[in-house]
Design a protein around this ligand. Structure first.
Ligand SMILES: *[C@@H]1O[C@H](CO)[C@@H](O)[C@H](O)[C@H]1NC(C)=O
Ligand SMILES: *[C@@H]1O[C@H](CO)[C@@H](O)[C@H](O)[C@H]1NC(C)=O
Length: 604
């Protein structure tokens, strides 16, 4: 959803065969790594189940979904589309879970326009939306999706959206085995079908859909969802007010066993740990109180949203979804009773789950679309989330918009080169482009990822520079302050400004320092910020004793005030003077501090 406007002309330069060879050389490690990543996929889905259970616990939701068809809807295709014949013509396996990792027989038995419970909080029913909301193009990519779930996705969009707001539904068939799965759907109003001539994966497929779209707002959906009542208006309203907002619905849960539609908790937002795997994070009491006074402010919490995913084991077992070996703990009473603010206010989220969101089309293009060199699936939500925030936009969950999603046990796609390798490759691409030196924390958490080639990222780096995106440190401080950042310290590191790094330029005592393109190999770019000293081995950055303005190298002496510096946000301020290091001349010098000035912003 973020706007990105990069034109990608080249595709993968690093063909998979290469990746595979590398992995073969490290066969043991890579199989461990694959196993780990497979576990991570699992956890993504488990996190979702947690939301479901959470909601189940504190709201009296109907236990079962109505399954009878809705009386009438503009999406009813009964009069002109042979739904029964279409669904019957799809692929089936003896074991209904084999093909899709969900109970396809259960899905096939439900009408395409079945009713679902309105899971919104009651206050949402009082909300009013503008008459003149912008139109959207809905983009749905799929690969070997069960026909009944795909059809229900489309019918729910048509049925539950105002006629005038849906410009078109663009289906991108990512080279499914049977071309008829998509082609037959052309008979439905507003539906266009694009078929890839080879497997491209989610990111390139979505960009193909976005490039074909003509409405001012893009809405991306997965191919196994059901939109709930009034799902679209709250999203479009937010985008109409500010085109840099990327907005997501609350993702309800459609049981993969029974296809029961169950409301999820709205008190969650997306986050991650240093393994860079998406997870849901419960809002804290402080956050919820703060939202009362100003729903748009960035909220800092005094503590990490501890215990995050706590759940009642009984509920968990009742759902019978995953074979988990952990004991889950229920959220405390205090936490649960902390639901005091207006539940319709949007939730700013550091990360989106990935599949479902809307954004302004112009903004999507401006921000660089997607990383077209990412393969298949995974890591793209991380990349777009960093990009949107760091480049000036925002990500929101809109609690009054609800879309149900079938969460599956495992990702049913077949991944060339093994799913772990693809996930690690995509994640590395996001980390290398967006995380500055903090990527080391990812590698520390997932050391085997370093063995996966990530290909050429120069186009993505160029986008970051062109859009003057903020450093990752800014993201951590302003968007995700709850994430505990382990010290990068101990060794030396680079002091960066964009693609350049602080460099001794080969000078010694009394020599100046400058900025030079980062080479990431240490050497003249190795620094330590040590008790106020900016140290390169035994040399430190000091004010020149001659002009008191230029920064020069001197022998380190922690008692020499000329050598003492303080970090103020991204600035490096002199400890005794109201002046900051500035790089807009060949040699670093002191200038009046200006936190807006890019040439004074450094990341470590
Ligand atoms: C999308 O963003 C562009 C550029 O900021 C703006 O001109 C346009 O009006 C926006 N469209 C909608 C529907 O908000
Ligand atoms: C979990 O839920 C069950 C069923 O609602 C309840 O009987 C049990 O006390 C709960 N356990 C905890 C630890 O809250």
């Amino acid at each position: 959803m973020g706007p990105l406007a990069f034109v990608f002309t080249t595709f993968i330069n690093c063909p998979f065969s290469l990746v595979v060879i590398i992995l073969d050389n490290h066969e043991i490690q890579s199989s461990i790594h694959r196993a780990k990543v497979a576990l991570q996929y699992h956890l993504i889905e488990e996190n979702i189940a947690l939301r479901l259970i959470k909601q189940h616990a504190d709201v009296e939701e109907p236990e079962s979904s109505p399954t009878s068809p809705e009386e009438y809807g503009i999406g009813s295709t009964g009069k002109y589309f042979d739904e029964v014949g279409y669904v019957a013509g799809g692929s089936k396996d003896i074991d209904p879970y084999v093909r899709n990792r969900f109970n396809q027989a259960a899905s096939d038995s439900l009408p395409s326009n079945r009713a679902v419970p309105d899971t919104r909080t009651a206050m949402c029913r009082l909300k009013k939306y503008d008459e003149d909301l912008p139109q959207t193009s809905v983009i749905i990519t799929f690969h070997n999706e069960a026909r009944s779930t795909l059809l229900r996705t489309i019918v729910s969009v048509l049925n539950r959206s105002p006629e005038n707001l849906i410009k078109e539904i663009i289906l991108v068939d990512d080279f499914s085995d049977n071309p008829e799965d998509g082609a037959a759907l052309r008979a439905i109003r507003k539906v266009q079908v694009i078929r890839n001539s080879k497997r491209e994966g989610l990111m390139r497929s979505r960009v193909r859909g976005a490039d074909a779209a003509t409405a001012p707002v893009l809405t991306f959906l997965d191919s196994h969802v059901e939109c709930n009542v009034l799902w679209l208006e709250p999203l479009l309203q937010r985008i109409k007010e500010d085109p840099t907002r990327v907005v997501c619905p609350v993702i309800d849960v459609i049981s993969m066993d029974t296809f029961q539609y169950i409301g999820a908790s709205a008190d969650l937002r997306g986050g991650f740990d240093w393994n860079l795997v998406f997870k849901w994070v419960y809002l804290t009491h402080a956050e919820r109180s703060a939202r009362l006074s100003d729903p748009t402010q960035v909220i800092r919490t005094p503590m990490i949203a501890g215990g995050l995913f706590s759940m009642n084991r009984t509920y968990f077992n009742k759902l019978g979804k995953y074979d988990m070996k952990m004991d889950w703990v229920y959220l405390t009473h205090a936490e649960r009773s902390a639901r005091l603010s207006d539940p319709t206010q949007v939730i700013r989220t550091p990360m989106i789950a990935g599949g479902l969101f809307s954004m302004n089309r112009t903004y999507f293009n401006k921000l660089g679309k997607y990383d077209m060199k990412m393969d298949v699936w995974g890591g793209e939500n991380l990349e777009i989330s960093f990009r949107v925030w760091q480049c000036g936009g925002s990500l929101e969950i809109v609690p009054c918009s609800r879309v149900g999603h079938v969460f599956r046990k495992r990702h049913p796609y077949t991944f060339p080169g093994g799913s772990g390798a693809v996930f690690a490759r995509n994640t590395r691409r996001a980390a290398e482009v967006w995380m500055d030196d903090y990527k080391e924390l990812y590698y520390r958490s997932q050391p085997l990822a370093k063995q996966v080639e990530y290909g050429d990222i120069s186009e993505r780096v160029a986008i970051r520079e062109k859009l003057h995106c903020k450093p990752f440190r800014w993201y951590l401080e302003h968007v995700y302050p709850e994430l505990q950042v382990p010290s990068l310290g101990g060794g030396s590191y680079a002091i960066r400004q964009g693609s350049k790094c602080l460099d001794t330029m080969g000078h010694l005592v009394d020599g100046t320092v400058g900025m030079y393109p980062c080479h990431n190999t240490g050497g003249n770019q190795e620094w330590r910020f040590d008790n106020g000293l900016i140290r390169h081995h035994s040399l430190c950055v000091s004010l020149s004793p001659d002009d008191r303005v230029t920064a020069v190298l001197v022998a380190c002496d922690s008692l020499d005030e000329a050598q003492l510096w303080k970090r103020r946000g991204l600035l490096i301020r002199h400890a005794k003077l109201d002046a900051c290091l500035d790089t807009d001349r060949p040699a670093l010098y002191l200038e009046r501090c200006d936190s807006e000035k890019l040439s004074q912003q450094f990341t470590f």
